[in-house]
Design a protein around this ligand. Structure first.
Ligand SMILES: Nc1ncnc2c1ncn2[C@@H]1O[C@H](COP(=O)(O)OP(=O)(O)OP(=O)(O)O)[C@@H](O)[C@H]1O
Ligand SMILES: [Mg+2]
Length: 159
């Protein structure tokens, strides 16, 4: 499965989608989170981390580019690259070295497009015109491994 579209009607629902995805990922997997300011990228990450019972509320990594969490299955790295000046700054902080070392969730990942692993799961968050509390999540899989993961996510969400 290459693409699915999910509408969530609350931040809890968005966090539940993240928990379903967290169940399916392992060390070395990459999730690229894109979309407008306030669309839910950090909420999604909060749900993802919450699956491991690590923290109820994560801070948006305003001052740090990378936040690190130790989950039993893998270290989880939460990147927010919004404040990087350019992709060279990402290379300079050794950003690429994290991709193999854990599960990486990268907010505003499109800003470092050329540095991203070519195979990944990508989630585009949209705020629909009508809803304060609804969001549209367009999830795409790049690569066979992620297509299988997306199929499993779809099955889990529709069971
Ligand atoms: N269905 C929903 N899913 C996720 N968040 C929602 C939803 N409905 C309302 N919200 C609210 O929208 C906000 C999303 O903020 P969040 O920090 O996750 O956005 P973001 O995409 O990380 O923004 P930024 O680009 O500034 O980092 C939160 O205040 C959350 O409570
Ligand atoms: Mg954010």
């Amino acid at each position: 499965m290459k693409e699915i579209k999910i509408t969530t009607n609350s931040s809890d629902e968005t966090m539940n989608v993240a928990k379903s995805l967290a169940k399916l990922l392992n060390k070395g997997d990459t999730v690229v989170l894109t979309g407008d300011l306030g669309a839910g990228k950090t909420k999604f990450t909060e749900g993802f981390i919450g699956y491991y019972g690590l923290q109820d509320e994560i801070s948006s990594p305003t001052f740090t580019i990378i936040n690190e969490y130790s989950a039993p299955i893998s270290t989880i790295y939460h990147f927010d690259v919004y404040r990087l000046t350019d992709i060279d700054e990402f290379y300079a902080i050794g950003g690429e070295e994290y991709f193999d070392k854990g599960i990486c969730l990268i907010e505003w990942g499109e800003l470092i497009e050329d540095a991203l692993p070519p195979e990944n799961i990508r989630i585009l968050f949209k705020i629909p015109n009508n809803g304060e509390s609804s969001r549209i999540l367009n999830i795409t899989a790049n690569g066979k491994k992620y297509e299988d993961i997306l199929q499993s996510l779809y099955d889990d969400l529709n069971k």
